[in-house]
Design a protein around this ligand. Structure first.
Ligand SMILES: Cc1cc2nc3c(=O)[nH]c(=O)nc-3n(C[C@H](O)[C@H](O)[C@H](O)COP(=O)(O)O)c2cc1C
Ligand code: SF4
Ligand code: SF4
Length: 414
């Protein structure tokens, strides 16, 4: 049985981490004060907000640049954090001074607290690849424990990073940076909005990438439909768009990437999952899918740095109660996910039944409208529902969508 400290520890990019929760790059990891708060809340490491060497258009932030967008149907609600917060406004010298000072503070408190730099130089007016190289060298000199190449920005560089050149550009950047800082762990942060994601991962993995951060938020847009207001919200441009709802989509991608790497027998490249984590259970799911570590961001905006401690507590509880460790979970769920041609074996036709002993049909009952095949009848006079078995295809909506207050529905083999 693992001890309390063993349960959460793991390795990432050759570093020993005390747990798998890293504070991701954003406005909360921009300055040493925020870095300290994340460290004190228990984060295992931090990635500083991306340093950008681009023009003012890329680096300046409009005001306001945050909105909460809520959507909902009936009682099903979803919230998204919508924001346009371009990379760090600091100059490279200021950025790396901040990194050095944050490292010094961690050392003074006798803590091992890896700090990763995040850089993004594709909008540089002059140097192109040499700007990436210069900034990477500076990161290494400043003592960064690793360098995240942010090739994922949701607001992106529309002409170069959306479309056919993207993969080639990325490979050139990774090769150029690797050449000048061969020993510093190089991590590539990806967007899920790529057309050839798996090929890209393989190509970049073969170039010495230590890990992939999967993923940044997606590109979003929202409109205001109130009268007398201009429709496009905030600064009237696309923005980063994310929320807890991204988790399932990103889990699928992480799982597919993990499998693809395994199929090609690449075992030394790690996945750091980022997107939609709001609880310790979410961290567990990403580990199961194949991530070695995770990053969190939006939930810390919504709840404060205390979210880090809460998530860690939940994670610890979840593992302890099952006598598991972080390392024992990595990729275990991925093994359980079938290939599409295998799921045929899992399909055994079923139909729904109603336990009439539990059914007390009333006007409030919604099971009839939940059925897409009109297979359910509700007889209010008899106070019972029934199923036309010849019309039922066992879809399960009556069980799982409009739940019967008495849980009267079940599925049986046909
Ligand atoms: C306000 C804000 C600013 C962000 N800034 C950066 C950034 O500078 N660099 C970067 O790589 N990711 C940035 N991100 C993306 C996050 O690091 C993270 O990948 C993404 O939000 C998904 O994780 P989450 O669902 O936990 O927020 C930012 C996210 C938010 C919400
Ligand atoms: S919702 Fe449940 S109790 Fe109501 S009619 Fe349907 S099966 Fe019966
Ligand atoms: S399983 Fe699907 S088709 Fe069958 S009764 Fe329920 S909702 Fe209708």
């Amino acid at each position: 049985m693992a001890t309390d400290s063993e349960r959460l520890t793991t390795d990432y990019c050759g570093l020993k981490l005390k747990n798998p929760v890293i504070m991701g790059p954003c406005g909360l990891s921009e300055f040493r004060q925020g870095i300290r708060l994340a460290r004190e809340a228990g984060a295992a490491a931090i990635v500083m907000k991306t340093l950008c060497t681009g023009t003012n258009i890329v680096r300046r932030r409009p005001s306001p640049h945050f909105a909460l967008v809520s959507t909902g149907v009936g009682h099903y609600k979803s919230t998204s954090l919508y924001s346009y917060e371009h990379p760090n406004e600091l100059e490279p010298d200021e950025y790396f001074e901040e990194l050095k000072q944050a490292k010094k503070e961690a050392e003074q408190s006798h803590e091992t607290f890896p700090i990763f730099a995040s850089i993004q130089c594709f909008d540089s007016a002059n140097g192109g690849l040499s700007t990436w190289q210069n900034v990477a060298r500076q990161a290494e000199t400043a003592g960064a424990d690793g360098i995240e190449l942010n090739l994922s920005l949701p607001m992106g560089h529309p002409t170069r990073f959306l479309g056919m050149w993207a993969e080639g550009e990325m490979a050139k950047i990774v090769a150029a940076v690797k050449e000048v800082v061969p020993k510093t762990p190089l991590i590539v942060k990806l967007s899920s909005q790529m057309s050839r994601l798996l090929d890209l991962v393989l190509a970049l993995a073969s170039m010495g990438t230590y890990a992939f951060v999967c993923f940044n938020r997606i590109v979003g847009l929202d409109f205001n439909i109130s009268p007398n207001r201009s429709p496009a919200i905030m600064h009237k441009y696309y923005a980063g768009y994310g929320g807890a709802w991204t988790l399932q989509s990103y889990l699928a991608h992480v799982c597919a990437i993990k499998r693809h790497l395994a199929e090609k027998e690449i075992s030394n490249v790690q996945i750091c999952a980022s997107g939609g984590i709001v609880s310790g259970e979410d961290v567990v799911k990403y580990l199961l899918a194949g991530a070695s570590v995770t990053q969190i961001c939006s939930i810390v905006y919504l709840e404060g740095y205390g979210a880090i401690s809460r998530i860690l507590k939940e994670l610890d509880h979840c593992l302890k109660s099952r006598a598991l460790t972080v390392d024992s979970l990595i990729g275990e769920g991925e093994k359980d996910v079938l290939e599409q041609d295998q799921i045929v074996n899992e399909v055994s036709p079923k139909i729904a039944y109603i336990n009439l002993g539990l059914c007390t049909a009333t006007e409030k009952c919604k099971c009839k409208q939940s059925c897409p095949r009109q297979a359910i009848d509700v007889d209010l006079n008899k106070g019972k529902a029934s199923i036309k078995s010849e019309m039922c295809n066992g879809c399960g909506l009556c069980l799982y969508l409009f739940k019967c207050p008495h849980e009267a529905f079940g599925l049986v083999g046909k």
